[in-house]
Write a protein that binds this ligand. Structure first.
Ligand code: TXA
Ligand code: MG
Length: 361
């Protein structure tokens, strides 16, 4: 996997960001999955600012991020042994566990539910921030740092684009950006997120009655989880806790997005081209002869991890090309691609029938 870029937040940036959090402000920070929009998880007014900045419905809980070695019992209660085994195996890393919330923790982070999502990210800047904030004893509530329903950010520039901020050019803060206006106190720099799609979420809060439940697929697979705890996480049922990443429509660019298998792509592309409709293409295995009729194109790696790393940046970039349609070559459907296909399915959800509509216009 690719490493974060050299330009990362300095110790001074981290200290400044930690101070902003302790004062109840918002800080965007890199994680290995996507950038997060953080606030003090134990300060309900600060958590409310996240919802305001994102335009996020109030019934969608946020994940609490903690430093390596944090005291899980401060945040949660009735933690099953299997959950501790997952912590041991995968933290720091891209796995979020839904556990019973310690009643002493304000329910602002869990939108009133009796559970809480816990995650310990592995990105060095995220770890440094979590270790600085409240001396490593705090928790940072953080959803992805995008407006609700949009594509998640995998670079600091994506975050600035999302919140309409200009790059700070006085050089005072090298790897971070202090913002005098707007909802974000600071954006910490940390290169491109190496995983590129959000963490795997497993509900361990109803283990005795429902077993482990996979609420959101990600880089850590259900099989990897089963290998550690001897139980394969099931698909969500009706009673499973809500997760906004599981809404039918999510991760959507402004331009309509649709998927087509490689075989059907050439003909459709030709028809759209003949109609003068600009198409931005995202592929992974297409022969280059096929892409000639595209207005813009991005070829992603043909392995699931490499594809996930580039997916959100590709969607954002293709969204900027002025194309009338983003056409994605359908990825492979095997287990390794579950996280990618889950995100793409939600990206295309609002665009059903778009090709027919464009060809009839
Ligand atoms: O990789 C990630 O998880 C990123 C980075 C920033 O850590 N965060 C992220 O947060 O994706 P967000 O808010 O965009 O997605 C978190 C998901 C939401 O679908 C939310 O509903 C679900 O986690 N969630 C959080 N707490 C929950 C809880 N107590 N019960 C059920 N779902 C929960
Ligand atoms: Mg999100």
């Amino acid at each position: 996997m690719k490493q974060p870029a050299a330009s990362v937040a300095s110790a001074a940036d981290i200290a400044a960001a930690s101070a902003i959090l302790e004062e109840g402000g918002l800080v965007a920070f890199p994680t290995e999955t996507v950038y997060g929009l953080g606030a003090d998880a134990e300060n309900p007014a600060a958590v409310a600012r996240i919802y305001e900045a994102k335009g996020r419905p109030h019934d969608h809980p946020v994940i609490v991020h903690v430093a390596p070695g944090a005291d899980l019992d401060h945040w949660t209660t009735d933690v099953p042994e299997a959950a501790r085994q997952l912590v041991q195996a995968f933290w720091p890393g891209p796995l979020t566990l839904i556990l019973k919330r310690n009643p002493d923790i304000p329910d602002a982070v869990s939108a009133g539910q009796d559970t809480v999502g816990m995650r310990c990210p592995s990105h060095p800047v995220a770890i440094a921030l979590l270790q600085a904030f409240k001396g490593g004893k705090g928790g940072v509530a953080a959803p992805s740092a995008n407006k609700f329903g949009n594509v998640s950010p995998t670079t600091a520039q994506h975050v600035r684009d999302e919140f309409g901020m200009d790059a700070h050019d006085d050089g005072a803060l090298n790897g971070g950006e202090a913002c005098s206006a707007g909802p974000l106190g600071m954006v910490l720099e940390g290169g491109s997120s190496e995983v590129g799609i959000e963490s795997t979420i497993v509900d361990m809060s109803r283990l005795a009655t429902h077993g482990p439940v996979l609420l959101r697929p990600g880089h850590i697979s259900a099989q990897q989880i089963a290998d550690v705890i001897g139980m394969l996480p099931a698909a969500p049922d009706q009673a499973a806790p809500r997760a906004s990443g599981t809404l039918e429509s999510h991760y959507a660019p402004r331009t309509p997005v649709t998927m087509l298998a490689a075989g059907a792509l050439a003909e459709t592309l030709g028809k759209l081209h003949a109609k003068g409709i600009k198409v931005a293409l995202i592929g992974h295995a297409l022969p280059s002869a096929l892409t000639g009729a595209a207005h813009a194109q991005r070829m992603l790696p043909a392995d699931a991890a490499g594809y996930a790393y580039g997916l959100y940046a590709a969607l954002r970039d293709m969204d900027q090309t002025g194309a009338g349609l983003i056409l994605v070559e359908t990825p492979p459907q095997d287990a390794a691609w579950l996280g990618v296909n889950d995100r793409l399915r939600r990206s295309v959800f609002g665009s059903a029938g778009v090709i027919e509509t464009l060809l009839q216009s």
